[in-house]
Design a protein around this ligand. Structure first.
Ligand SMILES: Nc1ncnc2c1ncn2[C@@H]1O[C@H](COP(=O)(O)OP(=O)(O)O)[C@@H](O)[C@H]1O
Ligand SMILES: [Mg+2]
Length: 280
């Protein structure tokens, strides 16, 4: 009988190095019942009081699975930004539940919420929000530095390599194109290996070529780094980069598509736009 071959060594891939340091407590094991990266249940957000009340989110229930790329679409004023801000713990909810990696945000005091936002959530805004006096590298590591943590050299190299910024790290934002600046902002959001990255129209200020660059990078961060990304966009071509599209109208989830093609996304968008975004 031939000798048993040695067990294969675990591959030192980015994905395995990443998942091996994910917090073990929240069902990352890969079972089908695994905790989603984030979930909202009956999430309602009302702005203002009295006659000036606006129900921006109306009992939204939605889950974002780990390691997936989800696009959120809907007419202007349908509640997309509010959903991102409430789920990221940037804006308090009126009622309902938001969980990030199994942690109920409502159960956290202000300090714990700040820590969760810092460690578990990455946020990419439409404007790149980079500090002009810092280099790209300094901008990328700033949130970790502020948290008193040192970036892991290997992970920093993996992230900046995936972003395609390795030769631009010493440049200041003004010396970078819009697409490069937004990729710096995305790298910054990824560096703490957050449970989830929320991106609110990250390509909204970019021309289509640099927008495609940033989208490709977001998709690679999902496929190669195992990141979970939720991205608001109004562009069906951008949404077609995602694994799934969730449609909002009037503060409610009204539809979703899986493995979307741009023409199918467009057809669905037109259906919801034509209803007229009646605001309350
Ligand atoms: N800070 C705020 N105060 C009052 N109303 C707001 C505020 N932010 C958003 N809204 C209202 O909530 C609704 C949803 O807004 P928003 O989430 O920004 O939509 P979207 O991102 O889909 O365009 C809109 O009617 C908007 O006017
Ligand atoms: Mg918005």
């Amino acid at each position: 009988m031939p000798p048993t071959p040695p067990a294969p060594q675990p591959s030192p891939s980015l994905r395995s190095s990443r998942s091996s340091r994910l917090p073990g407590a929240t069902g990352v094991a890969g079972a089908s019942g695994a905790e989603p990266a984030a979930r909202a249940a009956g999430l309602t957000k009302v702005y203002g009081t009295g006659d000036h009340q606006v129900t921006a989110l109306d009992e939204v229930t939605v889950e974002f699975a780990r390691g997936r790329f989800t696009a959120v679409m809907g007419p202007s004023g349908s509640g997309k930004s509010t959903l991102m801000h409430c789920m990221a713990g940037l804006d308090p909810v009126t009622s309902g539940s938001v969980r990030i990696g199994g942690v109920e945000l409502a159960s956290l005091n202000e300090r714990a919420l700040t820590r969760l936002r810092r460690d578990k959530v990455g946020f990419v805004f439409q404007g790149f929000n980079l500090l002009p006096t810092l280099t790209a590298a300094e901008n990328i590591v700033l949130p970790l530095r502020l948290a008193g943590r040192k970036p892991e050299a290997a992970w920093l190299a993996a992230v900046t390599g995936t972003v395609g910024l390795a030769d631009r790290l010493g440049h200041r934002p003004a010396e970078l194109s819009g697409g490069q600046q937004q990729r710096v902002a995305v790298a910054r959001a990824l560096l703490s290996r957050p449970e989830i990255v929320f991106a609110d129209e990250p390509t909204g200020n970019l021309d289509s070529r640099t927008g495609a660059e940033v989208l490709g990078f977001l998709r690679d961060s999902v496929r190669e780094l195992g990141q979970t990304v939720v991205m608001v966009t109004h562009d069906p071509v951008a949404a077609a980069h995602a694994d799934r599209v969730v449609f909002l109208a009037d503060g409610r989830v009204v539809d979703e598509l899986h493995e979307p093609a741009a023409d199918a996304v467009l057809a669905r968008m037109l259906r919801f736009e034509s209803r007229g975004g009646g605001h309350r």
